[in-house]
Design a binder for this molecule. Structure first.
Ligand SMILES: [Zn+2]
Ligand SMILES: [Zn+2]
Length: 730
């Protein structure tokens, strides 16, 4: 992943996604943003959706009728034209082809204007497609495209209605659920408890399983050569029939990163909000799984029926848009999973966390709370994302004569928005650099989750056309990743950007534990190039601190608490918060990966332990590198290897060739010929000794050589390289 980091521009990305469209990348980018912006403004946020549901249904009905009329007309035309051959695109076929794409269509179909346009003319429908890169199917189904498109609009409206009805139904069911003391729910902790990463938790009733998140983790330092770590899902695979789906809280790697691996083995529906879904689509497209995956878009306030469970999506704040908490309505009571969250009263984009809903749930009674522990060790409140904007503002105002480079997480969409806001104010052009950054920000911009003026974004190849002081670059590498854009700039390996004293670098993130050294190395390299590096007050966390946790506990008032999303020290800190707010100590469960917690309306305890933990991914190999391979890699990396090659005559056992010695990572042979010669003498002595006492047991002989050589090298150098004797019979 990090290895493959390479520069690819946003416009290239968008171009690629919108392949087949004639509009230039820049143009489409422009239109896209404009259009989606409009849409976002119009679309009431989820709190309002419930209220407007009735109104919507009425409007939808009118719409449907209109669209149906248009479609009928078009269909008649179509029939006349193609009397002698079968219709290329019937309503049923449209239904089939569109079934997976409808959630995308749903959004534009919601505003009367948009769907009227879409149904009325092909041209406007194409525009609709521009915001919706995943609807290429319609394009490829010409010539019946007009009928198909109008059919799709009808279907979208119908689907929207159906989903709303389903959601209302599920909601009714959920609110009618009375906790049954005889019902037991198992909570299976499959990840997210040893580190910040690999979040995945399963909830199991008698008949159903729902899984929350499916993330990956970065490898530890001792996992040599490992690209990433994903959760062991053996438990889920054995119960595949019961699984209703994955319910994803938000689009960060530690929550969605394992989906491309896991869906290959468990192709169940995946429910997510719009931006989260789009980011998942990016990953699945790369893994060539997009066509087979069953993705469903969910809006805040929606209830999803899932067997014995009903899952409700609740709006929260985080460092990326569309983050959700999940209320899992179960036969034993309501289990609330916060996902990653903070309480931001003045978010950069969108609304404040839906605290009313948290309170409402709390009032009705929440059985258990699974809450984000990341910042439980920090007192006070997490600052609003807007405070970073103020810092940026001051830095930009102070350095009007310099080029500015901001390094942050690729997934920190809100932060990128802030940089864009300030850049626009100061008349600077914005360049996005780094593959993962281009991917995430491209998707967010396409869907209208980033607001930017026309012409603000430029391609990195265009920076020469502008003076330095009119440029700001937003790049990856804030964690010191060696292949990321910032590191390449720092070491002079970046093809388009070379640094000088005319550059100001803003490090807009704090190092994740373990990355501190890499980050300080990059800062040193940057300083060596006479750039100014700023890292004070340039970052706020996306996770709740102690006071916010208290607020959530006070509102939700859970009977039981299961701290999640953090190392043990973070989760223990959350226990302190829970205790302070009045949750009795026995009601707070500190679980480990693999633990099975049994919840009833009256109890909560760890009752079992199942197979779980990290599965290592190295290149294309998943799970084929285990402890033994890792130990070898560690030994090789620390001591190197010596290979001893010789040939013996069959029968007599006489040495006919060798011994030759090849080493790697041990000593430089040419400068240590004495040592190598002495080692050969040791081997000859071993062979001699062996021949006198044994006959023809090569395995035993290899052991003798290994032991003798080992003690010789230990005496001479105090090292223990791996020794590999190779004996051939001739
Ligand atoms: Zn997150
Ligand atoms: Zn997370």
């Amino acid at each position: 992943m990090r290895k493959r980091e390479e520069s690819k521009t946003i416009s290239e990305q968008i171009k690629k996604r919108s392949s087949g469209r004639a509009a230039s990348a820049k143009k489409s980018e422009k239109k896209t943003v404009k259009k989606t912006e409009k849409k976002t403004e119009k679309k009431p946020d989820k709190a309002g959706t419930k209220k407007t549901a009735a109104k919507k249904t009425k409007a939808a009905k009118a719409l449907e009728e209109k669209a149906a009329a248009v479609s009928k007309k078009l269909q008649r035309k179509q029939e006349n034209r193609e009397k002698n051959r079968p219709s290329l695109f019937t309503l049923e076929e449209a239904e089939k082809a569109k079934a997976e794409k409808l959630n995308n269509m749903k959004q534009p179909a919601k505003t009367a204007k948009a769907s009227k346009k879409a149904a009325a003319s092909k041209k406007s429908s194409r525009k609709t497609n521009e915001i919706l890169p995943m609807t290429e199917t319609a394009e490829s189904m010409k010539p019946a495209v007009s009928a198909a498109e109008s059919a799709a609009v009808i279907m979208a409206v119908q689907e929207d209605r159906r989903q709303r009805e389903l959601s209302d139904l599920a909601k009714k069911k959920a609110s009618a659920m009375i906790p049954d003391p005889s019902k037991k729910i198992k909570v299976i902790m499959l990840g997210g408890l040893e580190q910040i990463g690999m979040n995945i938790t399963a909830f199991e009733s008698e008949n159903s399983i729902v899984v929350v998140d499916c993330g990956m983790a970065f490898p530890n330092e001792d996992m040599l050569g490992i690209d990433l770590v994903i959760p062991d899902i053996s438990y889920l695979k054995e119960r595949a029939q019961k699984i209703e789906g994955f319910f994803i809280t938000h689009g960060h790697e530690d929550h969605i990163g394992a989906l491309p691996y896991v869906l290959r083995e468990l192709n169940v529906p995946v429910y997510a909000t719009r931006l989260t879904r789009a980011l998942i689509e990016n990953k699945l497209r790369e893994a060539e799984l997009l066509d087979s995956a069953k993705l469903r878009t969910v809006e805040f306030g929606d209830f999803v029926g899932a067997g014995d469970f009903t899952v409700e999506f609740i709006k929260t704040n985080h460092s990326i848009q569309d983050a959700a908490a999940l209320a899992i309505h179960s036969p034993a009571g309501v289990i609330l999973h916060t996902g990653d969250f903070k309480v931001d009263y003045t978010p950069v984009f969108g609304d404040t966390i839906d605290l009313q809903r948290f309170a409402e749930l709390g009032k009705n009674g929440v059985l258990a709370l699974l809450c984000d522990s990341t910042n439980a060790v920090r007192q006070g409140f997490t600052m609003s994302e807007r405070t970073v904007g103020k810092t940026f503002e001051a830095i930009f105002a102070e350095h009007t004569d310099k080029r500015i480079i901001v390094a942050t997480f690729a997934s920190n969409v809100d932060r990128v928005q802030q940089v864009i806001n300030v850049a626009e104010k100061h008349g600077r052009k914005v360049v996005i650099d780094g593959r993962s950054m281009v991917n995430v920000i491209g998707t967010a911009a396409e869907l209208g989750y980033i607001k930017l003026k026309e012409g603000t974004l430029i391609d990195i190849s265009q920076i020469r056309n502008y003076p330095d002081e009119k440029i700001v670059l937003i790049v990856t590498g804030s964690q010191g990743e060696s292949m990321a854009a910032l590191s390449r700039m720092a070491t002079g390996q970046h093809r388009k950007v070379s640094l000088s004293e005319k550059d100001v670098i803003i490090m807009s993130s704090t190092p994740i534990p373990g990355n501190e050294k890499a980050v300080s190395r990059v800062i040193n390299e940057l300083s060596r190039r006479h750039t100014k590096v700023i890292y004070q007050d340039t970052h706020v966390s996306g996770h709740a601190c102690v006071e916010e946790l208290k607020l959530i506990y006070a509102l939700v008032h859970p009977k039981f608490s299961i701290p999640v999303h953090g190392e043990i020290r973070h989760r223990l800190a959350q226990r302190e918060v829970a205790l302070a707010i009045g949750v009795p100590k026995p009601n707070i469960i500190m679980a480990d990966t693999g633990d099975v917690i049994e919840l009833t309306s009256e109890s909560c305890e760890i009752i079992d332990h199942v197979q779980a933990g990290p599965v290592l991914v190295d290149g294309l190999g998943v799970g084929d590198v285990g402890n033994i391979v890792l130990k070898d890699r560690q030994s090789l990396s620390q001591n190197g290897i010596i290979i001893v090659v010789m040939a013996l005559e069959r029968g007599s056992g006489q040495l006919v060739a060798g011994p030759d010695i090849v080493t790697r990572g041990f000593v430089y042979v040419r400068e240590n010929e004495d040592l190598i010669e002495a080692a050969k003498d040791v081997i000859l002595a071993s062979v001699d000794r062996f021949q006198k006492s044994h006959n023809g047991d090569w395995a035993h002989m290899k052991n003798v050589i290994r032991d003798d050589l080992n003690s010789f090298i230990w005496r001479r150098l105090g090292r223990t390289p791996m020794i590999l004797p190779i004996i051939s019979e001739v």
